[in-house]
Design a protein around this ligand. Sequence first.
Ligand code: C5P
Length: 311
Amino acid sequence: MTSVLETASAVTARAPAKVNLELGVGALRPDGFHTLSTVYQAVGVFEEVTVATADEWGVSVRGRDAELVPTDESNLALRAAMLLAERAAVEPVHITIHKDVPVAGGMAGGSADAAATLVACDALWDLGLGRSGLDPIAAELGSDVPFLLHGGTAVGSGRGELVTPVLARGSYHWVFVPTPASGLSTPEVYAAFDELSAGHDVPEPEPSPAMMAALRQGEPEALGAVLSNDLQAAAVRLQPQIGDVIDAAMSFGALGAIVSGSGPTVALLAAGQEGAIDLAVSLTASGAAADVIRAIGPVAGAHVIPAPRLT
Ligand code: C5P
């Protein structure tokens, strides 16, 4: 029987953002990346990507921070489609991205675009690769892209691209505070980390038993107490107002407050849905945050959805 996807000329997929519950950074490797041990959680802020057969390759971007996203061949979604196309004789596609994830915020919005594009093109071109078949291509595109294919809660090792699911109970309510100032570039934050750790021994990072125990327990209070990020000091040094947001959030009752990935977005763990609403209101009403995004984690990774949204 012919499936709908086999005859479609456009496919839409969406992919979530991520937060690093734990981000252990090791030494700089000869290839310019750092050894990582991280625990990722996919959170319910989504990028939506439609790929449609077209005469030439192209990309257009709508939604949050759209004007900051490049639409030339440096666009990660376009690179994802073109890299996958090298595997098969396929027609070009035009990619339409609808963004909800802040650009350059440390929540992996660009990586989510790439993950959604891979899943959508796999369906459009009927390649049948599935998530595991797409993994090596995802890894070539960026350290976070394989995790965003899989979603859930997982340990990332290598440079972040080697993903192993972990046993994690519970559902968590997050409040994200994107800083209004311009984003921090990931390489810049890693370079500041190198400067701060110069002259010290940087141990090989590994998942902490305390984090694994908190995830098995599934209580937000337990998880809030063990959130950690080795890039936080570097991010705060580059953008000191991050530290003010963290202090304000803790005083308003957050269970934990951490820089998301390489920042500058701050991720706050709240006590349930009511706690998240209270925290969001306190932060915005006090002026400590201009804008907040609420999301639940964990959620599923990149997947095809029936149709694009209309707005
Ligand atoms: O893999 P991704 O494209 O996200 O990496 C962007 C940059 O972040 C790298 O070029 C590198 O400077 C830095 N990075 C790193 N170690 C990692 C991941 C990223 O130094 N494990």
